[in-house]
Design a protein around this ligand. Structure first.
Ligand SMILES: NC(=O)c1ccc[n+]([C@@H]2O[C@H](COP(=O)([O-])OP(=O)(O)OC[C@H]3O[C@@H](n4cnc5c(N)ncnc54)[C@H](OP(=O)(O)O)[C@@H]3O)[C@@H](O)[C@H]2O)c1
Length: 245
């Protein structure tokens, strides 16, 4: 199989790191973004080499269009194309809506929604010109069902879901497949440090009675990026242990 050129954002830890690891094990050519990279992420260089691939780490903020332009230009400059974009970078906010400031709102929307827009906007010209490409937007089940104290986050992820559907219809005829993965509650730093809702009580409300692992989301991302995803268009794939049935 031809090596794929993969641009993946928020690859420093959590779901993004798990997805990057799967692509490294497949011998792909990775161009990874994050604000900063953990040692675990940097260790992917050895894995990528071992499996015949390559990895470039590029620190940058997805909400800044010029940094995203640099990211995509680096991938296209080094490898000539981008085959797969995984829009994974995101931040969470759990706060009563009355206490949510304009600054909070702008931060969440800028990173989660505008950041996703910036990246897909940057890769689309190349993908459309080649009549090939996959875009996978990581949204959230909370963008589908809503959750108290998450209004800004839900708005950003609901926006990603709506954008995925619209763009999928627009560019599928041009050979570009756009889909979303909408995870349920996954055991990452985001969940551990930012919320008080994810406790034993919440666990009991999950039909599978456990939180998900980052690699269980990475598996869905890998599926949409791979041969099995060839007829998936505008779908919101939601590995969530049954929370959003
Ligand atoms: N965990 C869950 O339960 C869950 C559920 C549904 C959806 N999601 C979504 O899944 C995605 C990954 O989340 P996660 O759980 O893996 O969270 P995480 O462990 O907090 O990882 C998110 C990564 O994104 C990076 N990031 C944040 N802002 C960025 C920016 N402006 N530009 C570039 N990178 C940025 C973070 O960098 P730093 O290390 O610098 O902070 C971090 O490495 C997010 O979009 C999240 O909304 C997560």
């Amino acid at each position: 199989m031809m090596q794929r050129v993969i641009v993946l954002t928020g690859a420093g830890r959590g779901i993004g790191l798990a997805a990057a690891r799967r692509f490294a094990l497949a011998g792909d050519l990775l161009v990874l973004n994050d604000v900063k990279f953990s040692d675990e992420a940097l260790a992917l260089e050895t894995t990528a080499r071992e499996y015949g691939g390559d990895v470039i780490f590029l620190a940058g903020d997805v909400s800044d269009p010029s940094e995203v332009t640099t990211l995509v230009a680096t991938a296209e400059g080094r490898h000539g194309r981008v085959d797969v974009l995984v829009n994974n970078a995101g931040v969470l906010l759990s706060k009563p809506t009355i206490e949510t400031t304009m600054e909070d709102w702008i931060r969440i929307i800028s990173i989660n929604l505008t950041g996703t827009w910036n990246c897909l906007h940057a890769v689309l010209p190349g993908m459309v010109a080649r009549r090939a490409g996959r875009i996978i937007n990581v949204s959230s089940e909370l963008g589908l069902i809503g959750f108290p104290t998450y209004a800004a986050y839900c708005a950003s992820k609901g926006g990603v879901i709506a954008m995925t559907k619209a763009l999928a219809k627009e560019v599928a005829p041009l050979g570009v497949l756009v889909n979303s993965v909408a995870p349920g509650p996954i055991e990452t730093d985001m969940l551990k440090f930012d919320t008080i809702e994810f406790n034993d009580e919440t666990r009991e409300q999950i039909p599978l009675r456990r939180f998900g692992q980052p690699d269980e989301i990475a598996a869905a991302i890998e599926f949409l990026a791979g041969p099995g995803g060839s007829y998936m268009v505008g779908q919101i794939l939601s590995p969530n242990g049954g929370t959003a049935i």
